[in-house]
Design a protein around this ligand. Structure first.
Ligand code: 5GP
Ligand code: MN
Ligand code: MN
Length: 475
Protein backbone atom coordinates (compact mmCIF):
# COMPACT_ATOMS: atom_id res chain seq x y z
CA UNK A 1 0.00 0.00 0.00
CA UNK A 2 2.72 2.45 1.01
CA UNK A 3 4.38 1.93 -2.37
CA UNK A 4 1.83 4.03 -4.21
CA UNK A 5 2.39 6.85 -1.77
CA UNK A 6 5.11 9.44 -2.01
CA UNK A 7 6.49 10.58 1.31
CA UNK A 8 6.67 14.38 1.52
CA UNK A 9 7.83 14.47 5.14
CA UNK A 10 7.18 12.55 8.37
CA UNK A 11 3.53 13.58 8.43
CA UNK A 12 2.54 14.16 4.79
CA UNK A 13 2.02 11.62 2.03
CA UNK A 14 0.93 12.13 -1.53
CA UNK A 15 -1.02 9.89 -3.87
CA UNK A 16 0.34 11.09 -7.22
CA UNK A 17 -2.17 12.04 -9.89
CA UNK A 18 -2.93 9.09 -12.10
CA UNK A 19 -5.77 7.88 -14.31
CA UNK A 20 -8.87 10.00 -13.90
CA UNK A 21 -7.61 11.88 -10.86
CA UNK A 22 -7.84 15.64 -11.38
CA UNK A 23 -5.65 16.46 -8.39
CA UNK A 24 -3.30 14.44 -6.22
CA UNK A 25 -4.41 12.82 -2.98
CA UNK A 26 -2.91 13.93 0.28
CA UNK A 27 -2.86 12.02 3.56
CA UNK A 28 -1.68 13.67 6.75
CA UNK A 29 -0.42 10.91 9.05
CA UNK A 30 2.64 9.36 10.61
CA UNK A 31 3.95 6.19 8.99
CA UNK A 32 2.47 4.16 11.81
CA UNK A 33 -1.01 5.71 11.52
CA UNK A 34 -0.82 5.25 7.78
CA UNK A 35 0.02 1.56 8.13
CA UNK A 36 -2.91 1.10 10.49
CA UNK A 37 -5.34 3.11 8.36
CA UNK A 38 -7.91 0.96 6.61
CA UNK A 39 -7.14 0.49 2.91
CA UNK A 40 -10.44 1.99 1.91
CA UNK A 41 -9.18 5.47 2.87
CA UNK A 42 -6.61 5.34 0.09
CA UNK A 43 -9.25 4.25 -2.40
CA UNK A 44 -11.78 6.83 -1.27
CA UNK A 45 -9.26 9.69 -1.34
CA UNK A 46 -8.43 8.64 -4.90
CA UNK A 47 -12.13 8.49 -5.89
CA UNK A 48 -12.81 11.97 -4.52
CA UNK A 49 -9.84 13.29 -6.51
CA UNK A 50 -11.68 12.40 -9.74
CA UNK A 51 -14.68 14.64 -9.01
CA UNK A 52 -15.24 17.72 -11.21
CA UNK A 53 -13.96 21.08 -10.03
CA UNK A 54 -11.87 19.76 -7.14
CA UNK A 55 -8.95 22.06 -6.36
CA UNK A 56 -5.46 21.49 -4.98
CA UNK A 57 -5.89 17.99 -3.50
CA UNK A 58 -8.24 15.37 -2.09
CA UNK A 59 -7.25 15.31 1.57
CA UNK A 60 -7.43 12.84 4.46
CA UNK A 61 -6.71 13.69 8.08
CA UNK A 62 -4.72 11.48 10.49
CA UNK A 63 -7.92 10.15 12.09
CA UNK A 64 -9.35 9.09 8.72
CA UNK A 65 -11.25 5.86 8.24
CA UNK A 66 -13.78 4.45 5.79
CA UNK A 67 -17.00 6.44 5.31
CA UNK A 68 -19.90 6.58 2.86
CA UNK A 69 -18.31 7.82 -0.37
CA UNK A 70 -15.82 10.23 1.15
CA UNK A 71 -13.63 8.96 4.00
CA UNK A 72 -14.48 10.19 7.49
CA UNK A 73 -11.63 12.61 8.07
CA UNK A 74 -11.89 13.81 4.46
CA UNK A 75 -11.52 17.38 3.18
CA UNK A 76 -12.20 18.47 -0.40
CA UNK A 77 -12.81 21.92 -1.91
CA UNK A 78 -14.64 22.55 -5.18
CA UNK A 79 -14.75 25.61 -7.41
CA UNK A 80 -18.25 26.33 -8.80
CA UNK A 81 -16.67 28.30 -11.68
CA UNK A 82 -14.93 25.13 -12.84
CA UNK A 83 -17.87 22.77 -12.67
CA UNK A 84 -17.30 22.04 -9.00
CA UNK A 85 -19.74 19.71 -7.29
CA UNK A 86 -21.49 19.33 -3.97
CA UNK A 87 -21.99 15.87 -2.47
CA UNK A 88 -24.04 14.30 0.32
CA UNK A 89 -21.16 11.88 0.93
CA UNK A 90 -18.77 14.79 1.46
CA UNK A 91 -20.87 16.17 4.30
CA UNK A 92 -22.11 12.98 5.93
CA UNK A 93 -25.47 11.80 7.25
CA UNK A 94 -25.24 13.64 10.54
CA UNK A 95 -25.13 17.13 9.03
CA UNK A 96 -23.16 19.54 11.23
CA UNK A 97 -22.36 16.92 13.82
CA UNK A 98 -19.95 18.78 16.05
CA UNK A 99 -18.59 19.55 19.46
CA UNK A 100 -18.78 22.45 21.81
CA UNK A 101 -16.82 22.91 25.00
CA UNK A 102 -18.14 24.91 27.95
CA UNK A 103 -16.02 26.44 30.68
CA UNK A 104 -17.61 26.01 34.11
CA UNK A 105 -15.50 28.31 36.28
CA UNK A 106 -14.98 25.30 38.56
CA UNK A 107 -11.85 23.44 39.58
CA UNK A 108 -11.40 19.68 39.61
CA UNK A 109 -11.24 19.43 43.40
CA UNK A 110 -14.60 21.22 43.70
CA UNK A 111 -16.33 18.89 41.27
CA UNK A 112 -14.77 15.56 42.28
CA UNK A 113 -16.80 15.03 45.49
CA UNK A 114 -20.01 15.70 43.51
CA UNK A 115 -19.19 13.92 40.27
CA UNK A 116 -21.64 11.01 40.73
CA UNK A 117 -24.44 13.42 41.53
CA UNK A 118 -23.53 15.73 38.66
CA UNK A 119 -23.57 12.81 36.20
CA UNK A 120 -26.91 11.58 37.61
CA UNK A 121 -28.49 14.98 37.16
CA UNK A 122 -27.12 15.43 33.68
CA UNK A 123 -28.45 11.96 32.87
CA UNK A 124 -31.89 12.95 34.18
CA UNK A 125 -31.96 16.30 32.42
CA UNK A 126 -30.38 15.84 29.00
CA UNK A 127 -32.47 13.55 26.80
CA UNK A 128 -30.25 10.90 25.19
CA UNK A 129 -30.51 7.58 23.38
CA UNK A 130 -31.90 6.36 20.06
CA UNK A 131 -35.00 8.33 19.11
CA UNK A 132 -34.86 10.29 22.38
CA UNK A 133 -37.29 13.16 22.73
CA UNK A 134 -37.11 16.43 24.60
CA UNK A 135 -39.53 18.91 26.11
CA UNK A 136 -39.61 21.11 23.03
CA UNK A 137 -42.33 20.10 20.58
CA UNK A 138 -42.35 21.80 17.23
CA UNK A 139 -44.72 21.57 14.33
CA UNK A 140 -43.10 21.48 10.88
CA UNK A 141 -43.91 25.18 10.54
CA UNK A 142 -42.29 26.10 13.86
CA UNK A 143 -39.34 23.96 12.93
CA UNK A 144 -38.79 26.17 9.88
CA UNK A 145 -37.74 28.93 12.29
CA UNK A 146 -35.09 26.64 13.78
CA UNK A 147 -33.84 25.74 10.31
CA UNK A 148 -33.27 29.41 9.50
CA UNK A 149 -32.34 30.71 12.95
CA UNK A 150 -30.01 28.04 14.37
CA UNK A 151 -28.63 28.78 17.82
CA UNK A 152 -30.03 32.32 17.53
CA UNK A 153 -33.50 30.84 17.52
CA UNK A 154 -32.64 29.01 20.74
CA UNK A 155 -31.17 32.05 22.49
CA UNK A 156 -34.17 34.19 21.49
CA UNK A 157 -36.37 31.66 23.25
CA UNK A 158 -34.34 31.74 26.42
CA UNK A 159 -32.10 28.73 25.80
CA UNK A 160 -28.75 30.26 26.57
CA UNK A 161 -27.20 33.70 26.70
CA UNK A 162 -26.67 36.16 23.83
CA UNK A 163 -22.92 36.05 24.50
CA UNK A 164 -22.89 32.34 23.60
CA UNK A 165 -23.52 33.21 19.95
CA UNK A 166 -20.18 34.98 19.56
CA UNK A 167 -18.44 31.65 20.22
CA UNK A 168 -20.21 29.51 17.64
CA UNK A 169 -19.02 29.09 14.05
CA UNK A 170 -21.15 31.34 11.81
CA UNK A 171 -22.06 33.13 15.06
CA UNK A 172 -24.75 30.58 15.66
CA UNK A 173 -26.63 30.82 12.40
CA UNK A 174 -25.53 29.79 8.91
CA UNK A 175 -27.08 31.96 6.18
CA UNK A 176 -28.54 30.59 2.96
CA UNK A 177 -30.87 27.89 4.26
CA UNK A 178 -34.30 27.32 2.75
CA UNK A 179 -36.77 25.19 4.72
CA UNK A 180 -38.76 24.61 1.51
CA UNK A 181 -35.87 22.42 0.36
CA UNK A 182 -36.35 20.15 3.41
CA UNK A 183 -39.00 17.43 3.19
CA UNK A 184 -42.02 17.30 5.46
CA UNK A 185 -40.85 13.84 6.51
CA UNK A 186 -37.54 15.29 7.77
CA UNK A 187 -39.35 17.99 9.73
CA UNK A 188 -41.84 15.53 11.22
CA UNK A 189 -39.07 13.24 12.40
CA UNK A 190 -37.49 16.19 14.21
CA UNK A 191 -40.77 17.05 15.97
CA UNK A 192 -39.46 16.39 19.51
CA UNK A 193 -35.73 15.99 18.92
CA UNK A 194 -34.44 19.55 19.34
CA UNK A 195 -32.27 19.55 22.46
CA UNK A 196 -31.53 15.83 22.49
CA UNK A 197 -28.11 14.19 22.46
CA UNK A 198 -28.80 11.14 20.32
CA UNK A 199 -27.01 7.84 20.67
CA UNK A 200 -23.76 5.93 20.35
CA UNK A 201 -20.85 8.11 19.43
CA UNK A 202 -22.56 11.23 20.78
CA UNK A 203 -21.62 12.23 24.29
CA UNK A 204 -21.64 14.78 27.02
CA UNK A 205 -18.42 14.68 28.94
CA UNK A 206 -17.19 16.37 32.10
CA UNK A 207 -13.45 16.87 31.72
CA UNK A 208 -10.58 18.67 33.42
CA UNK A 209 -7.54 20.38 31.99
CA UNK A 210 -4.66 18.01 32.68
CA UNK A 211 -1.95 19.90 30.83
CA UNK A 212 -1.41 23.23 29.10
CA UNK A 213 0.99 23.39 26.15
CA UNK A 214 0.48 26.91 24.86
CA UNK A 215 0.07 29.50 27.63
CA UNK A 216 -0.83 32.38 25.35
CA UNK A 217 -3.56 30.52 23.50
CA UNK A 218 -4.82 28.91 26.71
CA UNK A 219 -5.13 32.32 28.28
CA UNK A 220 -7.09 33.62 25.31
CA UNK A 221 -9.35 30.55 25.50
CA UNK A 222 -9.77 31.07 29.25
CA UNK A 223 -8.22 27.74 30.27
CA UNK A 224 -5.96 26.88 33.19
CA UNK A 225 -4.75 23.62 34.72
CA UNK A 226 -7.43 21.73 36.68
CA UNK A 227 -10.27 23.76 35.20
CA UNK A 228 -13.40 21.69 34.69
CA UNK A 229 -15.00 21.91 31.26
CA UNK A 230 -17.98 20.15 29.71
CA UNK A 231 -18.00 18.99 26.10
CA UNK A 232 -21.13 18.22 24.10
CA UNK A 233 -20.92 16.11 20.94
CA UNK A 234 -24.03 15.78 18.80
CA UNK A 235 -25.51 16.80 15.49
CA UNK A 236 -28.73 17.33 13.57
CA UNK A 237 -30.46 14.14 14.74
CA UNK A 238 -33.21 12.68 12.59
CA UNK A 239 -33.58 15.80 10.48
CA UNK A 240 -30.03 15.77 9.13
CA UNK A 241 -30.20 12.06 8.48
CA UNK A 242 -33.45 12.41 6.58
CA UNK A 243 -32.09 15.29 4.45
CA UNK A 244 -29.16 13.08 3.45
CA UNK A 245 -31.49 10.17 2.68
CA UNK A 246 -33.80 12.41 0.63
CA UNK A 247 -31.01 13.94 -1.45
CA UNK A 248 -28.99 10.81 -2.27
CA UNK A 249 -31.42 9.79 -5.06
CA UNK A 250 -31.76 13.43 -6.19
CA UNK A 251 -28.01 13.73 -6.61
CA UNK A 252 -27.72 10.26 -8.16
CA UNK A 253 -30.10 11.38 -10.87
CA UNK A 254 -28.27 14.68 -11.22
CA UNK A 255 -24.92 12.93 -11.63
CA UNK A 256 -26.36 10.97 -14.56
CA UNK A 257 -28.03 14.06 -16.03
CA UNK A 258 -24.79 16.10 -15.95
CA UNK A 259 -22.60 13.18 -16.99
CA UNK A 260 -20.50 12.96 -13.82
CA UNK A 261 -18.89 9.51 -13.55
CA UNK A 262 -19.50 8.01 -10.10
CA UNK A 263 -17.19 5.35 -8.69
CA UNK A 264 -19.05 4.64 -5.48
CA UNK A 265 -22.77 4.96 -4.81
CA UNK A 266 -22.45 7.49 -1.99
CA UNK A 267 -20.17 9.71 -4.07
CA UNK A 268 -23.18 10.93 -6.03
CA UNK A 269 -23.14 14.67 -6.50
CA UNK A 270 -24.44 17.58 -8.55
CA UNK A 271 -22.73 20.70 -9.88
CA UNK A 272 -22.89 23.47 -7.27
CA UNK A 273 -24.35 25.67 -9.99
CA UNK A 274 -27.30 23.42 -10.80
CA UNK A 275 -30.85 23.41 -9.41
CA UNK A 276 -30.20 20.06 -7.70
CA UNK A 277 -26.89 21.20 -6.18
CA UNK A 278 -28.39 24.48 -5.02
CA UNK A 279 -31.31 22.73 -3.39
CA UNK A 280 -29.11 20.30 -1.54
CA UNK A 281 -26.93 23.16 -0.30
CA UNK A 282 -29.96 25.06 1.01
CA UNK A 283 -31.27 21.94 2.74
CA UNK A 284 -27.84 21.19 4.20
CA UNK A 285 -27.67 24.70 5.68
CA UNK A 286 -30.99 23.94 7.40
CA UNK A 287 -29.36 20.81 8.83
CA UNK A 288 -26.46 22.92 10.13
CA UNK A 289 -28.85 25.33 11.85
CA UNK A 290 -30.77 22.45 13.38
CA UNK A 291 -27.55 21.08 14.89
CA UNK A 292 -26.51 24.51 16.20
CA UNK A 293 -29.93 24.94 17.86
CA UNK A 294 -29.68 21.44 19.27
CA UNK A 295 -26.30 22.00 20.93
CA UNK A 296 -27.52 25.37 22.19
CA UNK A 297 -30.57 23.90 23.92
CA UNK A 298 -28.43 21.17 25.48
CA UNK A 299 -26.03 23.89 26.70
CA UNK A 300 -28.95 25.56 28.44
CA UNK A 301 -29.88 22.31 30.18
CA UNK A 302 -26.27 21.73 31.25
CA UNK A 303 -26.03 25.28 32.55
CA UNK A 304 -29.15 24.80 34.67
CA UNK A 305 -27.83 21.58 36.18
CA UNK A 306 -24.34 22.92 36.86
CA UNK A 307 -25.40 26.24 38.36
CA UNK A 308 -28.01 24.56 40.58
CA UNK A 309 -25.40 22.19 41.94
CA UNK A 310 -22.48 24.62 42.25
CA UNK A 311 -23.20 28.16 43.46
CA UNK A 312 -19.84 29.46 42.20
CA UNK A 313 -20.25 28.04 38.70
CA UNK A 314 -20.23 30.34 35.69
CA UNK A 315 -20.87 28.38 32.49
CA UNK A 316 -19.54 30.09 29.36
CA UNK A 317 -19.03 28.79 25.86
CA UNK A 318 -15.42 28.27 24.79
CA UNK A 319 -16.30 27.38 21.23
CA UNK A 320 -18.65 25.33 19.01
CA UNK A 321 -17.39 23.63 15.87
CA UNK A 322 -19.12 21.47 13.29
CA UNK A 323 -17.20 18.58 11.74
CA UNK A 324 -19.69 17.48 9.02
CA UNK A 325 -20.27 20.41 6.69
CA UNK A 326 -19.89 22.07 3.33
CA UNK A 327 -19.02 25.75 3.68
CA UNK A 328 -18.44 28.58 1.26
CA UNK A 329 -15.01 30.03 1.88
CA UNK A 330 -12.39 32.13 0.12
CA UNK A 331 -8.99 30.52 -0.31
CA UNK A 332 -5.92 31.45 -2.30
CA UNK A 333 -5.17 28.67 -4.76
CA UNK A 334 -2.61 28.94 -7.55
CA UNK A 335 -2.06 32.60 -6.79
CA UNK A 336 -5.66 33.79 -6.80
CA UNK A 337 -8.45 34.12 -4.27
CA UNK A 338 -11.23 31.71 -5.11
CA UNK A 339 -14.69 31.12 -3.70
CA UNK A 340 -14.76 27.44 -2.83
CA UNK A 341 -17.25 24.96 -1.42
CA UNK A 342 -15.19 23.20 1.23
CA UNK A 343 -16.48 19.79 2.29
CA UNK A 344 -15.27 18.62 5.67
CA UNK A 345 -16.54 15.24 6.77
CA UNK A 346 -15.24 14.15 10.13
CA UNK A 347 -12.88 17.08 9.83
CA UNK A 348 -12.80 20.37 11.69
CA UNK A 349 -12.35 23.88 10.43
CA UNK A 350 -9.10 25.20 11.90
CA UNK A 351 -8.50 28.83 10.96
CA UNK A 352 -5.20 30.43 11.78
CA UNK A 353 -4.94 33.82 13.49
CA UNK A 354 -6.31 37.05 12.04
CA UNK A 355 -9.52 35.80 10.44
CA UNK A 356 -12.44 38.22 10.87
CA UNK A 357 -14.79 35.22 11.32
CA UNK A 358 -13.13 34.46 14.66
CA UNK A 359 -14.40 35.91 17.94
CA UNK A 360 -12.42 39.03 18.80
CA UNK A 361 -11.08 37.41 21.93
CA UNK A 362 -9.38 34.61 19.95
CA UNK A 363 -8.46 36.50 16.78
CA UNK A 364 -4.80 37.03 17.63
CA UNK A 365 -4.16 33.35 18.42
CA UNK A 366 -6.43 31.44 16.02
CA UNK A 367 -9.51 29.24 16.13
CA UNK A 368 -10.08 26.75 18.93
CA UNK A 369 -10.21 23.20 17.55
CA UNK A 370 -12.00 20.68 19.75
CA UNK A 371 -10.96 17.04 19.46
CA UNK A 372 -12.63 14.06 21.11
CA UNK A 373 -10.56 11.02 22.08
CA UNK A 374 -12.79 8.42 23.73
CA UNK A 375 -14.59 8.08 27.05
CA UNK A 376 -11.47 6.56 28.58
CA UNK A 377 -8.68 8.64 27.10
CA UNK A 378 -7.58 12.21 26.62
CA UNK A 379 -9.31 14.78 24.44
CA UNK A 380 -7.65 17.95 23.17
CA UNK A 381 -8.11 21.64 22.60
CA UNK A 382 -5.93 22.75 19.70
CA UNK A 383 -5.56 25.97 17.74
CA UNK A 384 -5.58 26.47 13.96
CA UNK A 385 -2.57 27.77 12.02
CA UNK A 386 -1.76 29.72 8.86
CA UNK A 387 0.20 26.72 7.64
CA UNK A 388 -2.98 24.65 7.89
CA UNK A 389 -4.82 27.21 5.79
CA UNK A 390 -2.24 26.77 3.04
CA UNK A 391 -2.00 23.00 3.28
CA UNK A 392 -5.56 21.88 4.01
CA UNK A 393 -7.92 24.83 3.54
CA UNK A 394 -7.65 25.49 7.26
CA UNK A 395 -8.72 22.04 8.45
CA UNK A 396 -7.74 19.51 11.08
CA UNK A 397 -8.80 16.11 12.37
CA UNK A 398 -11.97 15.75 14.46
CA UNK A 399 -11.17 12.95 16.88
CA UNK A 400 -9.07 9.87 17.38
CA UNK A 401 -11.05 8.13 14.66
CA UNK A 402 -12.28 4.55 14.78
CA UNK A 403 -9.79 1.75 14.44
CA UNK A 404 -12.50 -0.90 14.69
CA UNK A 405 -15.99 -1.04 13.17
CA UNK A 406 -18.99 -0.79 15.50
CA UNK A 407 -19.87 -4.37 14.65
CA UNK A 408 -16.39 -5.60 15.51
CA UNK A 409 -16.36 -3.58 18.76
CA UNK A 410 -19.71 -5.04 19.78
CA UNK A 411 -18.30 -8.53 19.37
CA UNK A 412 -15.07 -7.72 21.22
CA UNK A 413 -16.18 -5.77 24.31
CA UNK A 414 -18.72 -5.98 27.11
CA UNK A 415 -20.38 -2.80 28.37
CA UNK A 416 -20.38 -3.82 32.06
CA UNK A 417 -16.68 -4.53 31.93
CA UNK A 418 -15.90 -1.20 30.27
CA UNK A 419 -17.99 0.77 32.78
CA UNK A 420 -16.41 -1.04 35.71
CA UNK A 421 -12.86 -0.57 34.41
CA UNK A 422 -13.47 3.13 33.86
CA UNK A 423 -15.06 3.48 37.31
CA UNK A 424 -11.89 2.11 38.87
CA UNK A 425 -9.95 4.76 37.00
CA UNK A 426 -12.24 7.45 38.41
CA UNK A 427 -14.35 7.96 35.29
CA UNK A 428 -18.10 7.87 35.86
CA UNK A 429 -20.11 6.58 32.90
CA UNK A 430 -23.87 6.96 32.52
CA UNK A 431 -25.36 5.36 29.44
CA UNK A 432 -28.82 4.74 28.01
CA UNK A 433 -27.70 1.75 26.02
CA UNK A 434 -25.26 -1.06 26.79
CA UNK A 435 -24.76 -1.64 23.14
CA UNK A 436 -23.63 1.95 22.63
CA UNK A 437 -20.99 1.60 25.35
CA UNK A 438 -19.52 -1.54 23.79
CA UNK A 439 -19.50 0.03 20.33
CA UNK A 440 -17.72 3.06 21.74
CA UNK A 441 -15.12 1.22 23.82
CA UNK A 442 -11.91 3.27 24.12
CA UNK A 443 -10.06 0.38 22.43
CA UNK A 444 -12.24 0.77 19.34
CA UNK A 445 -10.50 4.09 18.62
CA UNK A 446 -7.02 5.01 17.45
CA UNK A 447 -4.52 6.42 19.91
CA UNK A 448 -5.60 10.06 20.16
CA UNK A 449 -2.14 11.22 21.28
CA UNK A 450 -0.62 9.86 18.09
CA UNK A 451 -3.33 11.39 15.92
CA UNK A 452 -2.72 14.79 17.53
CA UNK A 453 1.05 14.40 17.13
CA UNK A 454 0.49 13.90 13.41
CA UNK A 455 -1.95 16.81 13.02
CA UNK A 456 0.48 19.10 14.84
CA UNK A 457 3.57 17.61 13.20
CA UNK A 458 2.04 18.39 9.81
CA UNK A 459 1.53 21.98 10.96
CA UNK A 460 -2.27 21.88 10.67
CA UNK A 461 -2.75 22.77 14.36
CA UNK A 462 -0.89 23.39 17.60
CA UNK A 463 -1.65 21.84 20.99
CA UNK A 464 -3.21 24.11 23.58
CA UNK A 465 -4.60 21.84 26.28
CA UNK A 466 -5.03 18.18 27.08
CA UNK A 467 -8.31 17.19 28.73
CA UNK A 468 -9.03 14.07 30.78
CA UNK A 469 -12.52 12.69 31.50
CA UNK A 470 -14.21 12.73 34.91
CA UNK A 471 -17.61 11.61 33.72
CA UNK A 472 -19.19 10.65 30.41
CA UNK A 473 -22.85 10.57 29.46
CA UNK A 474 -23.52 8.36 26.44
CA UNK A 475 -26.64 8.11 24.32
P1 5GP B 1 -17.66 11.01 15.23
O1 5GP B 1 -18.20 12.36 15.03
O2 5GP B 1 -16.82 10.57 14.07
O3 5GP B 1 -18.68 10.00 15.59
O4 5GP B 1 -16.75 11.07 16.53
C1 5GP B 1 -15.78 12.05 16.72
C2 5GP B 1 -14.70 11.55 17.65
O5 5GP B 1 -15.16 11.58 18.98
C3 5GP B 1 -14.28 10.12 17.45
O6 5GP B 1 -13.33 10.01 16.41
C4 5GP B 1 -13.69 9.74 18.79
O7 5GP B 1 -12.30 9.91 18.82
C5 5GP B 1 -14.34 10.71 19.76
N1 5GP B 1 -15.20 10.06 20.77
C6 5GP B 1 -16.14 9.10 20.61
N2 5GP B 1 -16.74 8.82 21.78
C7 5GP B 1 -16.18 9.64 22.71
C8 5GP B 1 -16.40 9.85 24.13
O8 5GP B 1 -17.23 9.25 24.77
N3 5GP B 1 -15.63 10.82 24.72
C9 5GP B 1 -14.69 11.54 24.06
N4 5GP B 1 -13.99 12.47 24.71
N5 5GP B 1 -14.47 11.36 22.73
C10 5GP B 1 -15.20 10.42 22.07
MN1 MN C 1 -19.39 13.83 15.26
MN1 MN D 1 -22.82 12.60 14.75
Amino acid sequence: ELKKLVKINDYEWEIPRQGEMRVPGKIFASQRLLEEMDEKVYEQVTNVATLPGIVRASIAMPDAHWGYGFPIGGVAAFDPEEGGIISVGGVGYDISCGVRTLRTGLKREEVLPQIERLMDELYETVPAGVGSEGEIRLSPKQLDEVLVGGARWAVERGYGEPEDLEYIEERGCMPGGDPDCVSLEAKKRQHRQVGTLGSGNHYLEVQYVAEIYDRRAAEAFGLEEDDVVITIHCGSRALGHQIATDYLPVLAKAARKYGIPIREKELVCAPINSPEGERYFKAMVCGVNCALANRQVITHLVREVVTALFKEARVSLLYDISHNTCKVEWHEVEGRKRRLFVHRKGATRAWGPGRPELPERYRAVGQPVIIGGSMGTASYILVGTEEGERKAFGSACHGAGRSMSRHQALKSFRAEHIIETLRKRGIVVRARSKRGVAEEAPEAYKDVDRVIEAACGAGLTRKVARLLPLGCLKG
